[in-house]
Design a protein around this ligand. Structure first.
Ligand code: ZN
Length: 392
């Protein structure tokens, strides 16, 4: 690694340690990051000069050594915006630089690209005005889109939105005059689990999100795994029944044809029960409705097959279920655990925790915040602006 990259990695590591352990001391940061004292001291001075870290009045709450001055990320350090673009809806979150949510906003509207950009722009204006902020205070905007997006921010294809071949990052940077970071919605949501959610201490986890389809994020060996063309993680299209129904991808018996919200609603309709959404399913399940429980049991059976395969192949520390699937997953858990005991290899199963995401329907906009923060820390213009000579 070159010196600049090492500096970025160390700065990012230290910033996250401080974010996750507010009011800790410089000495605590040495213990938390494994960086040496001189490096921590240099980076802290640099962050302080850029007004991204402040020395608080109180003493450190840390337990390492004698009391020392506490460090914090000041609220005035700046803000991040996170968004989810989906057909007909735009969800926005405004957060402090440490990821703490300050405000939420939703815009409803059309699905074509130009209207969506206009709505996003309207939403950003609204959320900033409501909080008496100007766009100059925002460090970055991160966006999760149900699409295949390459690492330059080029949108290859968004099936649900009908968008294809758009230099969307460039287009949005022109509109907003802000650094923009984009990714596939489920990958963004997986990153939110790593930065702010259930997987903060994990180096290997699988994020599984169920909405109209089923998406996945593979976080392996401490990085979001993308595969050779950015398509890794399509857990929804794993075959769980070779004789199953035809999926939207053309294959038969994909996981998505059993556990997506639309698949479960369809299975219920076939049993004579017409429900609106997962919340209606949840309400029925809470009353022990036998038709709902039987359909969920069938979905669970196929989910267990997919998860057992993933456990054997990837040996994750956690599998985190998010999106709308997390709303009904509590009713699937008992059967899922029984089924997994029969199917998965003992040791990988024992070493893995199955958990529900804390973010509910905000997984993707929080993913936007995660993308914005990662982007801000990886390309710190403030780092090149501050006149520091670093010991390489
Ligand atoms: Zn499929």
């Amino acid at each position: 690694m070159n010196a600049r990259l090492i500096r970025q990695v160390n700065t990012s590591k230290l910033f996250h340690a401080l974010r996750q352990n507010p009011a800790c001391s410089q000495r605590d940061l040495v213990a938390l990051t494994g960086l040496d004292k001189a490096t921590v001291s240099t980076i802290i001075s640099q962050l302080e000069a850029a007004d991204l870290v402040e020395k608080a009045d109180q003493l450190s709450r840390g337990k390492v050594g004698r009391p020392e001055t506490a460090l914090n990320i000041p609220l005035r350090a700046g803000y991040l915006l996170g968004a989810r673009l989906e057909p007909g809806t735009i969800r926005l979150i405004l957060s402090y630089l440490n990821g703490d949510v300050l405000a939420r906003h939703e815009e409803h509207g059309e699905t074509d690209l130009e209207s969506s950009i206009r709505l996003l722009s309207q939403g950003v204006e609204h959320i900033l005005a409501q909080n008496e902020l100007t766009v100059e205070k925002v460090k970055a905007l991160g966006i999760g889109i149900p699409a295949l997006i390459d690492d330059t921010g080029y949108l290859v294809f968004a099936p649900n939105l009908g968008w294809r071949d758009v230099a969307i990052r460039e287009r949005l940077e022109q509109t907003f005059g802000l650094p923009i970071y984009l990714d596939n919605d489920t990958k963004a949501a997986a990153l939110a689990e790593k930065l702010f959610g259930r997987a903060q201490a994990c180096q290997n986890f699988i994020f599984l999100s169920g909405h109209s389809g089923v998406g996945g994020g593979l976080y392996l060996a401490d990085t979001l795994y993308r595969g050779s063309s950015g398509l890794a993680g399509e857990i929804g299209h794993m075959t769980v029944n070779p004789e199953g129904q035809v999926c939207s991808c053309g294959n038969k018996g994909c996981l998505e044809t059993y556990v997506s919200e639309s698949a479960i609603l369809k299975a219920l309709r076939e049993q004579g029960l017409d429900l609106a959404d997962v919340w209606a399913i949840k309400a029925r399940a809470e009353n022990g409705d036998s038709v709902v429980m039987q359909v969920l049991e069938n979905a669970t059976y196929y989910l267990a097959i997919a998860l057992a395969n993933l456990l054997s192949a990837l040996n994750p520390e956690k599998i985190i279920i998010g999106g709308n699937l997390a709303v009904i997953a509590p009713f699937m858990m008992p059967a899922l655990n029984v089924e997994l005991k029969q199917r998965a290899l003992g040791k990988p199963l024992k070493d893995c925790q199955l958990e529900l995401s804390l973010f509910g329907s905000e997984s993707v906009p929080m993913g936007g915040i995660a993308l914005a923060l990662e982007g801000f820390l990886a390309l710190p213009t403030w780092l090149t602006q501050t006149q520091f000579v670093l010991k390489e």
